[in-house]
Write a protein of this length. Structure first.
Length: 238
């Protein structure tokens, strides 16, 4: 059964504007961790840059992650026609932790090359932050799956359930990197890279793209002179 179309409300537009602003600020603040170069006596600029490799790695990882979060958020709200209070608060929680990302990024950059407990705890802090963000994204998909009336007409409940299923990957895998951090922080970096490659494909958003079998059948008028079966032809189409 088709649901009545609801035009995007002003609340939805304001929510997207707020989200874009917070995400942009979080991504911009990451560059502050790079700081300034202070080559020591006899040290070249290249050596000074090389010494800051943890900061560059942390910056690249977090900027990529935040960028993918913006893409995922944008793709989600392309298919949302209206919002309610629970969805607003879930989105605020998401922005709270996205805005927090620059700090665990700084901690990761400061301690990952020191090894030992400090490196493990810094990496675990970063993983825990990403796990919470993954849970909040999952919570938003869960809410939409329970309240499909907030999505546009072309989105089906089955597609929303598929998106919810794919959203489980983030909190589960990031959650597993918390204990992994105490085994090898560098291995966690490889997992972060793998997750970025996975989410670059947009699995939850792609699940909402109508497959041919989900398109409704429509009638096509046929000239009676060309009609061979005595009835209208039905094909799958939008």
């Amino acid at each position: 059964m088709s649901r009545p179309h609801v035009r995007p409300s002003l609340t939805t537009q304001r929510l997207e504007a707020l989200s874009d602003g917070v995400i942009a600020i979080a991504a911009t603040l990451l560059v502050l961790e790079l700081g300034t170069l202070h080559p020591r006596g006899g040290e070249s600029v290249f050596d000074a840059v090389s010494d800051k490799w943890p900061s560059f790695v942390a910056y690249f990882v977090s900027f990529t992650v935040i960028g993918l979060m913006w893409v995922a958020h944008h793709s989600m709200f392309e298919r949302i026609s209206s919002v309610d209070r629970p969805l607003l608060f879930l989105n605020l929680g998401l922005l709270l932790f996205i805005g927090f990302i620059p700090w665990p990024t700084s901690v990761l950059a400061d301690f990952i090359d020191e090894g030992g407990t400090d490196a493990a705890q810094a990496t675990a802090l970063y993983s825990a932050t990403m796990t919470v963000i993954g849970l909040l994204f999952m919570g938003m998909w869960w809410h939409l799956a329970r309240h499909p009336e907030h999505t546009i007409d072309s989105v089906t409940e089955r597609q929303l359930r598929r998106s919810l299923k794919y959203s489980l990957v983030s909190p589960i895998v990031y959650g597993l990197t918390i204990p992994l951090a105490f085994v090898s922080p560098y291995l966690c970096l490889l997992v972060y890279a793998g997750l970025s490659a996975y989410f670059a494909r947009g699995p939850s958003a792609r699940a909402l793209i109508s497959a041919p079998e989900n398109l409704p059948a429509v009638e096509v008028l046929v000239d009676p002179a060309d009609d061979t079966d005595g009835g209208p032809e039905r094909i799958a189409g939008p």
